[in-house]
Design a protein around this ligand. Structure first.
Ligand code: GLC
Length: 445
């Protein structure tokens, strides 16, 4: 990978508004096509060679926007074919074994616990973004018979997923509890620093950082963090991967605003689609779940910091500076007008200087790091969830600015995994599926 500064120097900055839509579209389709592995698509070649849970949501939308509706639905069907019998959906499905990723199936050791005869998987989950993607595909698919058939086929799996979350992951404030930082999707967010420090470090002698073969180490989590990540995996494995009891079993248990927001929106989206499919009986239960998760988010509002913050269940304390997780309350439509205005004022202040929107950590926080993964860089998925959360509200202008700013990032440096908020240069993995997929679905739609 070229050094970031070289890349910026070598390539003229393209104003997103002037970039050629057709070229951007062709490039995004090429990324998805290169990352497709038959029935599902990997997040990035080399770095992430399997099917990831929450990535599957945006990836399916990208295929739909590319016009391949069969592949779009296939992504969701494929993920849910690996659902465990109690409704739990694993965060990685190991469809084809690869040497490029650690920790692989041997470390997780879940064989025999998942879908009968199914592939090996991890034993932790990720936010249920594919549920909202299913509802969005259903609304947009021009072939109405296919849309009804596909959503109907997925329906019991989607309902089982959100009801499992409601049953097994309820925290003291009514928000969703993540039992591993990887579950939040924002692996090394500074919000997890304190709770992670209290977890055991792995004694695994073969801790292999295969990620740093592809991406510079200073753009990734640290090895100490990895030792703790694996220490939590070991504790959950020793507890037998009982996915009904992980809140009690895990040394890490944190109510996460971002996860809760995605769950709340998922349940609300399903409730809205229920009557179209004749599943009215499910609608009330789903609406109740969505409302209880929105209430959970409100209970995590920190008045002094004017931000939604995560809550460490073990230490019984709120944790972290202002991070992207708290901002996702907007995606759930949870924040009332006054709270939304406070969040928006903060983002505008962050990006009114030279910073690109939306940094994943408060740039004024001591923990901010502009290039290290979830500790500052801009991510296309976060921008999409924030902008969509604001669309049609009093803050429509900011939604439009975030969208055009994101377009400028991908138009200049391509479909990188994340971007440095100081100058917008692309970092992390290249040819990243959700950056390409959301370009198709969101930025070019
Ligand atoms: C990283 C990200 C996570 C994502 C995965 C695959 O682990 O932190 O959010 O799901 O990569 O793209």
């Amino acid at each position: 990978m070229p050094h970031a500064d070289e890349r910026v120097a070598d390539e003229p900055e393209v104003d997103g508004r002037g970039a050629d839509d057709a070229a951007l579209r062709a490039a995004a389709v090429a990324v998805l096509t290169a990352n497709r592995r038959g029935a599902s698509t990997v997040p990035a070649p080399g770095l992430y060679p399997y099917q990831w849970c929450w990535d599957t949501g945006p990836i399916s939308l990208g295929w739909a926007a590319a016009g391949d509706w069969e592949q779009a639905w296939s992504e969701l069907r494929t993920l849910l074919s690996a659902q465990w019998p109690n409704g739990f959906v694993p965060h990685i499905v190991f469809w084809e074994l690869s040497d490029d990723y650690f920790p692989g199936p041997d470390v997780w050791g879940t064989v025999g616990l998942g879908a009968p005869g199914g592939p090996p998987t991890t034993g932790i989950t990720q936010p249920p973004l594919p549920v909202s993607a299913a509802a969005a595909l259903f609304a947009a698919d021009p072939d109405r018979a296919r849309a009804a058939r596909e959503l109907d086929g997925l329906w019991p799996h989607l309902v089982a997923w959100v009801t499992w979350l409601g049953r097994a992951r309820r925290g003291p404030h009514g928000a969703v509890v993540a039992v591993h930082p990887w579950e939040t999707g924002m692996d090394n967010s500074p919000a997890w620093d304190d709770p992670l420090r209290s977890t055991p470090e792995s004694t695994h002698t073969h801790l292999e950082r295969r990620d740093v073969r592809t991406v510079a180490a200073d753009e990734r989590p640290t090895t100490v963090e990895y030792r703790h990540y694996l220490g939590i995996v070991a504790a959950l494995r020793d507890a037998g991967w009982d996915t009904e009891q992980q809140v009690e079993a895990s040394p890490f248990a944190v109510e996460d605003v971002g996860f809760t927001a995605i769950a709340a929106r998922a349940a609300a989206d399903l409730a809205a689609a229920a009557s179209d499919l004749g599943h009215d009986a499910d609608a009330a239960q789903l609406s109740t779940l969505a409302a209880s998760w929105r209430d959970g988010i409100e209970a995590l509002w920190d008045v002094d910091r004017a931000w939604y913050r995560a809550y460490d269940v073990r230490a019984a304390t709120f944790v972290g500076p202002a991070t992207a997780g708290g901002l996702l309350a907007l995606w759930a439509g949870a924040a009332d007008a006054a709270r939304a205005a406070q969040l928006v004022a903060r983002i505008e202040a962050w990006s009114s200087g030279t910073l690109r929107a939306v940094p994943t950590t408060d740039p004024d926080a001591a923990e901010f790091d502009p290039i290290r993964y979830w500790r500052g860089p801009v991510w296309v998925l976060v921008n999409y969830l924030v902008a969509e959360g604001l669309r049609g509200s009093a803050h429509d202008d900011l939604a439009a600015q975030v969208r055009s700013g994101t377009r400028a990032l991908v138009a200049r440096d391509g479909f990188c995994e994340y971007f440095d908020p100081r100058d917008g240069h692309g970092i992390g993995g290249e040819g990243f599926s959700w950056s390409a997929a959301l370009t198709l679905w969101w930025l070019l739609s």
